[in-house]
Design a protein around this ligand. Sequence first.
Ligand code: GTP
Length: 384
Amino acid sequence: MEVVDEDSPPLAVLIGETSETRPAESLGKPEEYSRGTEGGPPVGVTVITGYLGAGKSTLVNYVLNGKHGKRIAVILNEFGEEIGVERAMINEGEGGAVIEEWVELANGCVCCTVKHSLVQALEELVQRKERLDHILLETTGLANPAPLASILWLDDQLESAVKLDSIITVVDAKNLRQQIDEYRYSSSFPEAYTQIAYADIIILNKVDLVSPDELGLATSHYVEDLEKDIRNINSLATVIRSVRCQVDLSKILECQAYDASHIAHQKALLEDSKSLSSFIHDYSIRTLCICEDQQVDLNKVYLWLEEVLWEKKSDVDIYRCKGILSVHDSDQLHTLQAVKELFEIIPLRAWREGEKKVSRIVFIGHNLDENTLRLSLRACTIVD
Ligand SMILES: Nc1nc2c(ncn2[C@@H]2O[C@H](COP(=O)(O)OP(=O)(O)OP(=O)(O)O)[C@@H](O)[C@H]2O)c(=O)[nH]1
C-alpha cells in the first residue's frame, strides 16, 4: 500500500489487495481510529451508494455546490480505469463547499479489498486539517455497503475521529421497476436490493424520466408504487424523491442515523398500531417487526443476537436491525441496533410516565421468518 506524502493532498491512494476479512464481533471491539490532534467531535461520514448510473456523482456535485458552508472532503472509490474520469466529472463547488481533500481509492472495491487503506485515508484526512466538517464517500455502483458500515460504525465511547453519519442509496426511478419485477419471485437478487436494504436515506432519483406505464398509471401513482416497493424492502429508511438529486441538504447531512437516540425516535419502533410485517411479502429481502410485552433478560438477548446474526441458520441473513428493549431489572429504555454481525445495546433513558414498556425490533434481511424470530425473542423473556 502506498500513501501520498505529507505535504500534498492525497489525490490518489493506491491500494494493495488484501483478502483479510473482519471476524464477527460485537461493537465492543471495533477497529480504533485515533482522534486528530485538534480533537473536537468526530467528523461525519456519509456513504453514497447506488446502482450504476443512478446519480451518485450528481449527488456529490449537488452537495459540493450547495450553500451549507461546510468543508467537505470527498473519497471516491472507482475501479482503476475510471479514476480520473470520475474526478473530471465532479464539479468542485463555487463559494459553497470547500473541498479539503480528494482521495481516490483504486484497485478494488471498497467493500472487500481496500478497507485498511480506507481507514488510513480517513485518518489522514481528519488529522491533516484543522477543521473538516464532513466526508462523502462515493462507492462504486456495485459495492455492497455492509462492510463499509462495519468499518465506519463505531462505538460512541471510543475516541473516534470519524463517525458513520448515514448510508444514502441513490435509486434510479426509471430502472428500478424492471429490477424489482425481474427478481420479485426469485431467490437471488441484485446489489440494488442490498443497497436499498442498508440505506438510511433513499433518494428516488430521475423521477423526471418516469412516464406513465402501459397500464395507464399516472406518473405520481407509478412513483408511489415504487416507493411502496422500496419500503417493502426497507421500511426504516427515509425516501426522498428527486430530479438530479436536488434534495434538501439538511435532510441528508448530519443525520446521525447510527446514534441510539435516533433509533429511539424512529416512528416505526414507537407506533403501536402499525405492523411493518403487514406488508405483502413477495420479496426475498424485506423488513419485519416483532414485538414482545414481557420484559427481556439482557444476557439472553445477547446470546440470541449472537446466534441469529452470526450463525445465519436456515439461510437467514440479517442486514440491519433496530429496536427498543424493555429490560428486566432496569428502568431504562434500551436501544438495539445491528449492522450485519456487529450489534450494540445501549441504555438510553428512563421510560417515561405512561409509556408502554415493550420490546420492539425491526429486522431488514434475507429469508426472514417472522414466527421463528418472534418465538426466539419470547424465549429471552423472564419467566416468573
Ligand atoms: N434526466 C435525468 N438525468 C439524471 C438525473 N440524475 C442524474 N442524471 C444523469 O444520469 C447520468 C448518470 O449520473 P451519475 O451521477 O454519473 O450516476 P452515477 O451513479 O455516479 O454513475 P456511475 O458512477 O457510473 O455508477 C448522468 O448523465 C446524469 O446527468 C435525473 O434526475 N434526471
